[in-house]
Design a protein around this ligand. Sequence first.
Ligand code: FPP
Ligand code: MG
Length: 328
Amino acid sequence: MSWIREGELSLVEKLSANVLKAGPMPKHVAFIMDGNRRFARKKQVERQEGHSQGFDKLAETLRWCLQLAIPEVTVYAFSIENFKRAKEEVDGLMELAKQKFLRLLGEQENLEKHGVCIRVLGDLTMLPLDLQQLIARAVVATREHNKCFLNVCFAYTSRHEITNAVREMAWGVEQGLIRSSDVSEALLSECLYSSNSPNPDLLIRTSGEVRLSDFLLWQTSHSCLVFQSVLWPEYSFWNLCEAVIQYQCNYRSIQKARDLHRDEQVRHQLEADRACVAELLQRGGGRRQDALSDYSRRREERVRDFLDALRHKRDSFITDLSSQAALA
Ligand code: FPP
Ligand code: MG
């Protein structure tokens, strides 16, 4: 099964898609694809078959998202907590991922046609080296594509991601790139694995569980959360439409909450800059005239240089892994 399953919508699905698209559409949808093992039990097939059909459903869902003009999708494919499962199941999931990333490398034409950029969010160092290398090759091969984005969370939890972002900022301070006073909510967001994406508009969890299980906790504070009882391998186009309708019904309140939050962030940054300038002036450094705008400009420059260095560090890690694989 390829990553983007080819196929057309039926006439009634097309009509429904057009009606939905007349309203505000989510630009980024995140999925907690839950219920693979219950599906396997229900169908009396092997657990691994449940995960394999879970992947097939992901491919089908990506096609529906393209057809609904949803350009970005993030999926929870393997949580750090999942390492605690039976060795046989963890090995099976690693094997499935290897197979699928290898397959992806053979489908570059199709991915290029759709302009799909694949990103993998998580702590890759926790994975077997051959899988790390395959992932890196897939990321490098698609990183220039920019029509739609698939973020695969693998060896991921939100707390691990946030802790990592805090470590990156501490590294920036140690390197003298930023000051501790430059640390802010906005900067932490830029240090997350998800820094290249807007926050999800809609988060969907299947299988009837109503918790986030450490998925995108930072990014979904103003997202529409939809919990559906269907098991992931049985997810349908109509389930997706139902979730989008819930998003549309809540669109105004979501936008309002986001606008308020954005204004608050700007206000906080201004207050923080004012406090730093007041302290500098008290210590006798600098002139009062233009002090605030000078300070803000210099802080923005520091932060920009730090984020460039961070991006370079992350890009080099992926590029090196990918070229190791080419040499192997
Ligand atoms: C949750 O169902 C699903 C997973 C832990 C794995 C999800 C992985 C896939 C759908 C394959 C994706 C692969 C790639 C390469 C992107 P569960 O196992 O928790 O099932 P249960 O809730 O019924 O126990
Ligand atoms: Mg589960």
